[in-house]
Design a protein around this ligand. Structure first.
Ligand code: NI
Length: 180
């Protein structure tokens, strides 16, 4: 039996701390930009500097968690997330009505089953392969062994899609978890 569920949450506002945790450095007493600029401008400069994220390492992020089908957000750009996840076993059939979904295989092997106008087929992805599931296409990722997957999709996209099968206990229905 299929369920229809729509994620009513809209894209969350971006906070300056989005992405990697970053401690704003204390301004130096002899910071040259501050001396040469008017007060307002220098504040703006400092604020902008504080928004600069630190690099995030994908392998370190993968090493930091073990949950399956539970993506971590490693970067955000424009209105998109870059997420990394560990897959093992079978996911559920689902579709995203309003967005394409990009999969890039970092490690392991990923089979994505697809249903288009009642016709079922699958694609097999190996490390380094990238594949885009078009919006509205039903898909079901399957990973015989553990695979490590990078996904790019709009911020707020629910992992289980807008239309999906019953969600099994081992599946984390989420819009992605932040890494700290
Ligand atoms: Ni999907």
């Amino acid at each position: 039996m299929r369920e229809r569920g729509r994620d009513t949450r809209r894209r969350p506002g971006r906070s300056p701390s989005a992405g990697a945790a970053h401690a704003c450095p204390e301004p130096q007493a002899d910071f040259p930009m501050k001396k040469e600029r008017p007060l307002e401008e220098s504040r703006e400069f400092e604020h902008h500097e504080c928004m600069m994220p630190e690099p995030v390492n994908i392998q370190k992020t993968l090493d930091s968690f073990s949950e399956l089908w539970s993506p971590r957000i490693v970067a955000q750009f424009n209105d998109y997330d870059v997420r990394v996840a560990k897959f093992h076993g079978e996911y559920l059939w689902h579709s995203h009505e309003n967005t394409d979904e990009l999969f890039l295989v970092a490690a392991g092997r990923l089979v994505i089953h697809l249903r288009e106008e009642g016709v079922e087929r699958f694609v097999t992805l190996h490390p380094g392969d990238v594949y885009v599931v078009p919006r509205g296409t039903e898909h079901k990722p399957v990973s015989e062994g553990e695979s490590h997957i990078i996904m790019i999709e709009p911020t707020g996209t629910l992992t289980v899609g807008d239309t999906h099968e019953e969600i099994p206990d081992y599946v984390d229905a989420t819009t992605g978890h932040r890494v700290n």
